[in-house]
Design a protein around this ligand. Structure first.
Ligand code: NAD
Length: 496
């Protein structure tokens, strides 16, 4: 390992923050202070080597009630909803503090969720800061509209909903938190956030920073707890007005049901994806560069990304060129460095836990048994911890788990279509419709693709989820009502 002084600082500062939370068993941030949960114990396990980092007590349902009550009191009494200047000031100050603690946050997400630390410092943390600042800017634009007709006049304005519950996944712990809290807090709401039980530390740290930034006590609360426990209780809670969820489709559906069974809370769902990356070979020249971009899109965050390029669709009928592209994709995959998330040269870290590793393994084994072929020589991965090597696979049968489902791991399928229409049908026939990419260097042809592909975000000539100014959300079963619509261009794997 090449240890630099920057890495030492990152690890040193990060460990201090980790110990402050774990040693005090302060797994909850309620009413502006760290609190010990009164629920079951949750072990924190490093996916890199399987070691136990510590444990935290989960929030109990009684604590959830108390937290929702604290948020409601803050919403009603703290001037947060009324004082736009206060909100803008706090969000901007929080953005500064988050940037100042970039290394701490990167350490916490690295140790707990296996996120590549440099990627967090360069991408995730700036993304949170950008969201907070843009949301702060938008506060001053909520002017409302004056409407008049011969019968009278009216003033139409936006008002906060009240208490917003947010339930987070583990794959982008701090970035997902930023997407949820920036718009909801800017709009004047109070929040109760439940982190994933696999990644809670950076959210707890950020909640502390929010209090330091001047957020009134009770405006931003963070709970640690399981999905089956606190998560489902939030879905049924009558004190939560809006619930914003990012995670799997099955859990997302359960919130629609629990909304119907409780107070009809508004539900925003950001769910899964199975993004296709189209290479329009008639208008694509530099295969090595394209393949390198695909490797980033498919294997960044170990493929545990809702927009990961889990299928590469080469369009063209020239066998020789296809073979050339195939080799470029294999080479780009084999060029990746798989290893310790805290090493500067690492591109791909571990997957989140042994359960995920075993599921990915079983899906690949099943597909291979049914005739699929692994194309690359796969990287050596450590024996301890939860690892799966970047994998390019072809001939995946439709009747396999991999042929139907969201792999959510470092695996991409290579497919080929000879007609563009077939490629469009493939993408549009998916139950998911979150994102796709197309490589096509002819702008007129880009319009052809863009007017036919039916997904929330279509990236052109390079993987991206958009900028903080572009909306983000899914069509079909990838969700709806994306509450978080802003972000910066996203490159999960660094390139020199
Ligand atoms: P998950 O659905 O298992 O868990 C997400 C959250 O829901 C966690 O906080 C978990 O504790 C909670 N939860 C789990 N079971 C629950 C239950 N029965 N009731 C209430 N809450 C429950 O998802 P995950 O494994 O953390 O994340 C992976 C999924 O998230 C993938 O499908 C991925 O595509 C999706 N995702 C989507 C986006 C997007 O923007 N569309 C972004 C990131 C991840």
């Amino acid at each position: 390992m090449t240890t630099t002084s920057a890495q030492n600082t990152l690890v040193g500062r990060g460990r201090t923050a980790l110990r402050a939370i774990v040693d005090g068993n302060l797994g909850q941030w309620i009413g502006g202070r760290g609190v010990t949960g009164t629920g079951e114990e949750i072990g924190l396990i490093s996916p890199s080597d399987g070691t136990v980092i510590g444990s935290l007590s989960a929030a109990s349902e009684q604590q959830l009630d108390e937290t929702v009550a604290a948020a409601r009191t803050a919403f009603n009494e703290a001037d947060w909803a009324e004082d736009a200047k206060l909100r803008a000031r706090v969000l901007r100050r929080l953005a500064d503090l988050v940037e100042g603690d970039a290394e701490v946050i990167a350490y916490l997400d690295g140790i707990e969720a296996g996120k590549v630390a440099l990627g967090s410092v360069e991408e995730d943390v700036p993304d949170v800061a950008a969201n907070l600042r843009m949301s702060a800017d938008l506060i001053s634009h909520n002017d409302g509209r004056y409407l008049q007709n011969p019968d009278g006049w009216g003033w139409v304005t936006k008002v906060p909903s009240g208490v917003v519950g947010a339930i987070l996944p583990w794959n982008y712990p701090v970035a997902m938190l930023g997407w949820k809290i920036a718009p909801a807090l800017a709009a004047g709401n109070a929040m109760v956030v439940k982190t994933s039980e696999d990644s809670t530390l950076s959210a707890l740290h950020l909640a502390r920073l929010a209090t330091e930034a001047g957020a009134p006590d009770g405006i931003l609360n963070v709970l640690t707890g399981t999905g089956a426990g606190i998560g489902s209780a939030m879905g049924l809670h009558n004190g939560i007005d809006v619930l914003t969820f990012t995670g799997s489709g099955s859990v997302g559906r359960s919130f629609l049901e629990s909304s119907a069974r409780s107070n009809l809370k508004k539900v925003s769902l950001e769910l899964g994806g199975r993004a296709g990356y189209i290479v329009d070979s008639a208008h694509a020249t530099d295969f090595p560069a394209i393949a390198a971009d695909i490797a980033g899109a498919a294997f960044g965050t170990s493929g545990q990304n809702c927009t990961a390029a889990s299928r590469v669709i080469y369009v063209g009928d020239d066998d020789e060129r296809f073979a050339e592209f195939r080799t470029a994709l294999i080479d780009a995959t084999e060029a990746l460095t798989v290893g310790d998330p805290f090493e500067a040269e690492t591109d791909v870290g571990p997957v989140i836990n042994p359960r995920a590793r075993d599921r990915i393994t079983s899906w690949i084994d099943e597909a291979v048994e049914k005739g699929a072929r692994i194309l690359n020589t796969r990287a050596d991965v450590p024996d301890t911890g939860s690892w799966y090597p970047p994998t390019v696979i072809e001939n995946v049968p439709d009747d396999s788990e991999l042929g139907r489902g969201e792999i959510f791991g470092p695996v991409t399928q290579l497919l080929r279509r000879t007609s563009r229409d077939d490629a469009v049908d493939l993408i549009n026939g998916e139950p998911y419709g979150l994102a796709s990419s197309v490589w096509c260097e002819d702008i007129a042809q880009v319009r052809w693709w863009a007017s036919r592909i039916r997904v929330g975000t279509l990236a052109v000539n390079g993987y991206s989820e958009g900028t903080e100014a572009t909306p983000f959300g899914g069509m079909r079963q990838s969700g709806f009502w994306a509450a978080t619509t802003v972000r910066k261009p996203w490159r999960p794997i660094r390139r020199p």
